[in-house]
Design a protein around this ligand. Structure first.
Ligand code: DOR
Ligand code: ZN
Length: 348
């Protein structure tokens, strides 16, 4: 890595958690990610969800067809776990290289999670098989019980589900995704090397006030929902610390403007257009640009056991204005940081 005065050259990064959707929306959003990242772990929560190796293989082809010519981008596919997941299909997809990981959505946790797992006990055989073959498990870590406050759902998930799971299957590689709390940071820090975590740009930039102060801001709403300031500070410390357990995962989740600005607005923040710019701004603010390459380009591949990218990118300290909306297929999508000027930009 070289840090000249106002620029930063690093290995090309990857996005270890991302939503592309399908159809016209997918075709509109894929170029934003392919511009910045060499690979991305693609979430399977389509409607209907990507539950098998065959469905993942088809989806992969559709994504590849949407990558603009001249850009080198590889989608890394995941299978959506259900109570009925077939462990043989999963293991075969992993062995063939069709699947990179499997995704656990607790049923009802978020967008298109209705088919998710109703009780982790129902997939214990599948998880044992994954541990055996070394297939990583991506987890949306929130309990979904109506009696648990939405701001406590991640912390309660750690106590009730994640800690017992990790204790029972210490061989299983687990990615605790889009963490939002100091409890999650404490858990990951205290765990062994098979537990990693992704952190989104929004959870580094905003706390829950951004959603509710001065009016309700649907474009700041995602799940897990942003928490209090003390949690944001713990996440910034973890991300910029240099610890190999934390890596970049945007959770960019496109929803059209009208689906967000609604009586019942969808959860999800579309940060793909300026994701690297957003993260680099945080690392600069924390005087931690030296640790940016680890977070963005090295820790993820090391955790997944994949090679690092050979290409390099350069970020420059120069202003970039975020537009009010971007093209999203059927309708426009409002990007994260809309109306702001970010201080870093990706050199072409
Ligand atoms: O805010 C979110 N949006 N969180 C998720 O877990 C899913 C995502 C989506 O698919 O829209
Ligand atoms: Zn997600």
């Amino acid at each position: 890595m070289s840090t000249a005065t106002e620029s930063l050259t690093i290995r090309r990064p990857d996005d270890w958690h991302l939503h592309f959707r399908d159809g016209d929306t997918m075709r509109a959003v894929v170029p934003h990610t392919a511009r910045q990242f060499a690979r991305a772990i693609v979430m399977p929560n389509l409607a209907p969800p990507v539950t098998t190796s065959a469905l993942a293989d088809d989806y992969r082809e559709r994504i590849l067809a949407a990558v603009p010519e001249g850009l080198d981008f590889t989608p890394l596919m995941t299978a959506y776990l259900t109570d009925e997941t077939d462990a043989d299909d999963l293991a075969a997809g992993f062995a063939d290289g069709v699947l990179t990981a499997a995704k656990l959505y607790p049923a009802g946790a978020t967008t298109n999670s209705a088919h998710g797992v109703t009780d982790v006990a129902n997939i214990s055989g599948v998880l044992e098989r994954m541990a055996q073959v070394g297939m990583p498990l991506c987890i949306h870590g929130e309990v979904t019980h109506a009696d648990i406050d939405i701001f406590d759902r991640e912390a309660v998930f750690i106590d009730r589900v994640l800690a017992p799971l990790v204790e029972r299957l210490p061989e299983l590689k687990v990615i605790f995704e889009h963490i939002t709390t100091k409890q999650a940071v404490q858990f990951v820090d205290a765990s062994g090397p098979r537990i990693g975590a992704t952190i989104t740009p929004q959870h580094l930039h905003i706390n829950r006030n951004a959603i509710l102060v001065g009016g309700i801001r649907p474009h700041m709403f995602c799940l897990p929902v942003a928490k209090r300031e003390e949690h944001r500070l713990a996440l910034r410390k973890a991300a910029t610390s240099g610890s190999a357990k934390y890596f970049l995962g945007t959770d960019s989740a496109p929803h059209h403007r009208h689906a967000k600005e609604s009586d019942c607005g969808c959860a999800g923040i579309f940060n793909a257009p300026f994701a690297l710019e957003s993260y680099a701004t945080v690392f600069d603010q924390e005087n931690a640009l030296d640790n940016f390459e680890g977070f963005a380009s090295l820790n993820g591949p090391a955790f997944y056991g994949l090679p690092v990218n050979e290409a390099r990118i350069t970020l420059e300290k120069a202003p970039v204005e975020v537009p009010s909306e971007v093209e999203g297929g059927d309708a426009a999508i409002v990007p994260f940081h809309t109306g702001e000027t970010l201080k870093w930009r990706l050199a072409s």
